[in-house]
Design a protein around this ligand. Structure first.
Ligand SMILES: *Cc1c(COP(=O)(O)O)cnc(C)c1O
Length: 340
């Protein structure tokens, strides 16, 4: 059996989740008549202390809708150079919203309030695009699952308020950060205008992302979702999976984090490894020593039924998840320890 560590999106529903899916009460969500979707949205809004929530098929669509809600064509948003919204959403920021990205050279995908303040275009200087939004990512994907300190987000919130900028948080893996740092979801709700939270990553559902946000911002969200093609019908089956994940599969993220840390600590000791990024959650990013090519290493692992991913620029990535068992973990540690 393949040990697939390319991403935490490769998981299949657990038996309990499958039961929840099969037994879900559903209705037509485009009419807002799906009781399970309505329950999930209410639950997420209250969990984050936000006014409203809306269920989307994907994280990209939720982020793109949020960007559309926050901006007008010709404006500019600020994000890290590694941000998912800039790198991995198909150019949606310009395609959907006619907005450009001002990229910041952050630390492992995280940016600071001071860097943001410096990147804001003066609003009365009409030659440059009007800065209207800041997008943060927590945990960072390309940055190796790094988590923001709440204090930094407080400072960023202050800069955004002072300059009248919206603040969107791409929280595809926010539950990983909340579990790793023992944080209160409501603090993120207090400090931002909108947050997207994915269920199809560490939480292990087949699909689904919830966008939570403030009332004024969310007024038009359902229309934007419709425009993007994201109005779904009896999608309560998937909302039931998400509710099941919230009840049963949040605390266990700790196990993914522990396994990732063990892999990271082992790799750091190996001669064939040049560098391992700090591992705070379920993503391990590492670089091979000069004399070993990424292709050879990945093929050698594949021969032993282990799949990992290549992020380019020498970055290799391992992501731990729900379907990565203790047995697979013990076996992988052995393979990595005895490599070469
Ligand atoms: C996975 C991910 C998303 C959403 O991706 P989809 O595949 O569209 O669900 C958004 N942001 C980050 C940081 C992600 O890792």
């Amino acid at each position: 059996m393949i040990t697939d560590l390319r991403s935490d999106t490769v998981t299949k529903p657990t038996a309990g989740m499958m039961d929840a899916i099969v037994n879900a009460k559903t209705g037509d969500d485009v009419y807002k008549e799906d009781p399970t979707v309505n329950k999930l949205e209410a639950r997420m809004a209250s969990m984050f202390g936000m006014d409203e929530a809306l269920f989307f098929p994907t994280g990209s669509m939720a982020n793109q809708a949020a960007i559309k809600l926050h901006t007008n064509p010709g404006e500019q948003l600020i994000c890290d150079k590694w941000a998912h919204v800039f790198n991995y959403e198909g150019g949606g920021v310009s395609f959907n919203s006619g907005v450009s990205c001002r990229l910041i050279d952050g630390d492992r995908g995280m940016i600071t309030a001071a860097q943001i303040e410096e990147a804001i275009n003066p609003p009365d200087f009409y030659h440059s695009p009007l800065t209207s939004l800041v997008c943060l990512e927590n945990t960072t994907n390309k940055g190796g699952g790094a988590c923001y300190e709440l204090e930094e987000i407080e400072r960023i919130h202050k800069v955004c308020s002072e300059h009248g900028l919206g603040l969107h948080l791409d929280g595809a893996r926010l539950m990983n950060a909340i579990v790793a740092k023992n944080q209160d979801p409501k603090d993120f709700g207090k400090l931002t205008d909108s947050i997207s939270i994915c269920f199809s990553k560490g939480l292990g559902t087949p699909l689904g992302t919830v966008l939570v946000g403030k009332k004024e911002l969310m007024r038009n969200a359902i229309r934007i979702r419709k425009v993007l093609g994201g109005g779904m019908r009896q999608v309560g089956y998937m909302a039931a999976a998400a509710l099941y994940a919230l009840e049963n599969q949040v605390d266990r993220l700790k196990e993914d984090h522990l396994k990732a840390r063990e892999i990271s600590e082992l790799l750091a000791k190996k001669d064939y490894i040049q560098h391992v990024e700090p591992t705070e959650t379920n993503i391990v990013i590492f670089y091979l020593s000069k004399d070993l090519s990424e292709t050879k290493f990945m093929n050698d692992l594949l021969e032993k039924q282990v799949r990992i991913s290549n992020m380019g620029q020498g970055k290799l990535r391992i992501v731990t998840h729900l379907d990565y068992t203790d047995e697979m973990h013990a076996r992988l540690l052995g393979i990595l320890d005895n490599y070469k």
